[in-house]
Write a protein that binds this ligand. Sequence first.
Ligand SMILES: NC(=O)c1ccc[n+]([C@@H]2O[C@H](COP(=O)([O-])OP(=O)(O)OC[C@H]3O[C@@H](n4cnc5c(N)ncnc54)[C@H](OP(=O)(O)O)[C@@H]3O)[C@@H](O)[C@H]2O)c1
Length: 398
Amino acid sequence: MHVALTGATGFLGLRLVRRLLEQHDSLTVLAHAGSRDALGRIARFMELTGAPAESVAELPVRIRVVEIELGQPRMGLADAEFRRLADELDVIWHSAGNINLDDDLVNLRRVNVEGTRSVLNLAAAGARRPMVHHISTAFVGGARREGVVYEDELDAAHGFENGYERSKYEAETLVHEWSLAHGRSAVVMRPSILVSALPPHPELPLHPLQFFGRIAESARLGTTSTGVDVPEKDRPVVRVVGHPRGHLNLMPVEHTADVMVRLANGPHSTRVETYHVVHDHDVPVTTLVALMERMFPVRVQLVANRPDDPTPLEAAVALHPGFAPYLSHRRRFDDTRVRTLLGAVSSGVRVDLDYLGSGLDTEWTASPPESPAGHGHTGPAFRQYRLATQAAVRTSAC
Ligand SMILES: NC(=O)c1ccc[n+]([C@@H]2O[C@H](COP(=O)([O-])OP(=O)(O)OC[C@H]3O[C@@H](n4cnc5c(N)ncnc54)[C@H](OP(=O)(O)O)[C@@H]3O)[C@@H](O)[C@H]2O)c1
């Protein structure tokens, strides 16, 4: 079975590569043309997360890189090359995307919508009728802030919080149109916000909550002070729009890739099947507030509306409007279809202040401090994670 993947160098894609290499001898990586050394970045991720040297050394043999540009017709490939690639494939995972919530809608559509169109054209052209696994987002639910969002819902009735959500909604719509037009099946996987307890590393992609760091940069917040260093009374108050009983679904990225690969192996019908790949517990907005206060020497006050007289700090927060509405969200994502197919899928990982803190405000050490099954540099959960990581790269099933 020949499997191809877009977005393999991304925050999620790197974990998908690791899982897919457990199941397949080889993988075609449809890498972003002009971006730096995709194979080297994948190898570096494997090294940094504990893969044995011999498994990393095998990667050039097991991974073929084809450079593409999603924003161009036929992904920027010559017609003959596009057709040859299409005919080789049995499965296409489409994980590439522009996840910048603050980007312009034109840029977001170019990659997220036109890119999905190109991937679907590739699948349509393939002689072996490759299966499409499309990575969407639970946030195609849009600006509906309360209630329950179901897996079979896809409509624009509530509008969207940002251009990213809209572009991902439009991409999912394309998958449905393609399926109907060609009589083909596809799996749409909708993760919530992906997180990791791995600290930021200059050679690895960041996760969305690491935008807190960008806010700090915009505000030129002290480079050395954190919320831990500065006494409560000395911290400026920052008014942030949010609901005190708001909650968000944050999903550990390792577990997300695991669930996705299991979903892909399940039985599928001849139409589009959609799955919410989400955590079984939401994180209160107050935990995110505590996280901000732990990272930065401020006191966050949740308010109902944007202040008319913003301080420079509040103005800096407003420079990143894409994420801001989520602090007012109180909706839940139903994942009945995932549970029906796979049974209980809990990872056992609590996404709490400690988990999020270790993914944001700690330094990278020789041993990553996170495991998919718990916390701790050296505990059994971390050792288990390292073993799983090593096995993932070593194992080559068909
Ligand atoms: N991260 C989340 O919290 C989250 C939540 C829900 C859904 N999702 C969805 O999950 C998928 C993966 O997200 P991620 O977090 O892995 O994103 P990411 O870390 O930003 O990675 C994006 C990937 O897409 C590739 N890419 C970007 N523009 C491209 C282009 N024009 N042509 C070809 N490849 C291009 C990038 O390649 P280079 O690195 O080489 O540029 C990279 O491999 C996306 O579809 C996203 O919408 C993500």
